[in-house]
Ligand binder design. Structure first.
Ligand code: NAI
Length: 254
């Protein structure tokens, strides 16, 4: 892995209690960033326990940079606003925002309930808008926003009208915000993962997964670390002339 040095930078990764978000937070912390592990305090308490465990792991490393733990439901604008206020109070500002939190509720259009539609749009698109909206004022000059979109936002897959609409929306938001923030030297890019091995895949039927695997040229599913590597590049100084772009992380698929 390229050894980036993010010491002195503050990175917030939404939904980093597990999966891709946890891998991204781990990579930032290993590269010296003050890292904010963010989670949604779901009724089961599982996300909080996962997030606390991750914070402990990160802090246990030798010469670990500071790690903060903050909660918010990205569907709730007021909670996101309070989250960014806490980031400002604790860290004095923000350098890197990674919008990773997301959910999947696949069903064909006929079977999709209004609840399925709104749940995905609220989390995956409204949530990204709220995080960007309330972070822009605390993002420092030269900051970075990296949105975790999906190839589903570029190509349509069966049963994903809600998910594809939300992720395509995130890509559109990324392109516009890149233009709006360019004057402050803040870049805004999206990563579009293909099929990545996380709990989210549990939502896919095994035969669908096997079919995807056959089509991936490198012959394996992606790992959360594969996505983290792309995010760190887009958050680094080396990518300062790249903005408003979508980087597929798919093993050559699509
Ligand atoms: P995951 O289900 O393991 O993680 C999703 C995270 O989002 C969890 O930490 C969850 O608690 C959090 N989250 C859910 N609702 C939230 C809310 N209302 N407020 C705050 N946080 C909330 O899934 P995974 O795979 O790690 O997904 C991460 C991102 O990557 C998502 O945006 C997903 O759409 C995207 N992605 C994943 C792919 C995959 O194959 N796993 C492929 C393409 C994109």
């Amino acid at each position: 892995m390229i050894r980036y040095d993010f010491s002195g930078r503050v990175a917030l990764v939404t939904g980093s209690s597990r999966g891709i978000g946890a891998a991204i937070a781990t990579a930032f912390s290993a590269a010296g960033a003050t890292t904010i592990v963010h989670y949604w305090n779901d009724p089961s308490g599982q996300n909080r326990r996962d997030a606390e465990e991750l914070v402990q792991q990160l802090q246990a490393r030798e010469q670990a940079p500071p790690v903060h733990l903050l909660a918010a439901d990205v569907r709730e604008a007021a909670e996101v606003e309070a989250l960014m206020r806490q980031v400002q109070e604790r860290c004095g500002g923000l350098d890197i925002l990674v919008n990773n939190a997301g959910i999947l509720r696949d069903r064909s259009l006929r079977k999709m309930t209004l609840e399925d539609w709104h749940a995905v749009l609220r989390t995956n698109l409204d949530g990204v808008f709220y995080c960007c909206k309330y972070a822009v004022d605390i993002l420092r000059e030269g900051g970075r926003i990296v949105n975790i979109a999906s190839v589903a936002g570029l190509v349509g897959f069966h049963g994903q009208t809600n998910y594809a609409a939300a992720k395509a929306g995130v890509i559109g938001l990324t392109r516009v915000l890149a233009k709006e923030l360019a004057r402050r030297q803040i870049t805004v890019n999206a990563v579009a993962p293909g099929v990545i091995q996380t709990a989210m895949l549990g939502e896919l039927r095994p035969e669908v997964l096997a079919e995807y695997l056959k089509q991936i040229p490198v012959g394996r599913l992606g790992t959360p670390q594969d996505v983290a590597h792309a995010v760190l590049f887009l958050a680094s100084d080396e990518s300062s002339y790249i903005t408003g772009q979508v980087l597929p992380v798919t093993g050559g698929w699509i």
